[in-house]
Ligand binder design. Structure first.
Ligand code: HEM
Length: 88
């Protein structure tokens, strides 16, 4: 639940870059998108380009009209601490 949201470093996020363990930063928020990957309308491969990284730029370049906060509400696990060095 929201009471468990915490600050998460890019170093920790980078450890979760697998198909079966996939975290991603979108707009400063950290999401565990492991269960969303197979439902991504753009395909698994496209989404996995930002696995373990800050996917904000790719996301905004591809579909700025998509409401990630709404779609991924249940997947949010925290906020990204500091600058996103591994933005793709
Ligand atoms: C399409 C959600 C991240 C690439 C879509 C669509 C949604 C969506 C709802 C359909 C949009 C529409 O038809 O108007 C998300 C969410 C993301 C995410 C919630 C965050 C986890 C990404 C990332 C990429 C990406 C990081 C990397 C490039 C694409 C592409 C399509 C697409 C290429 C277009 C597919 C097509 O037009 O056939 N995504 N997306 N998405 N997404 Fe994502």
């Amino acid at each position: 639940g929201t009471s468990e949201l915490r600050l998460i470093t890019m170093e920790e996020i980078a450890l979760h870059n697998k198909r079966n363990d996939c975290w991603m930063v979108i707009g400063g928020k950290v999401y565990n998108v492991t269960h969303y990957v197979e439902f991504h309308p753009g395909g698994k491969g496209e989404l996995m380009r930002a696995a373990g990284k800050d996917g904000s730029a790719l996301f905004n370049d591809t579909h700025p009209w998509v409401n990630a906060e709404s779609i991924l509400r249940a997947c949010m696990i925290g906020f990204c601490s500091g600058p996103s060095k591994s933005q793709v």
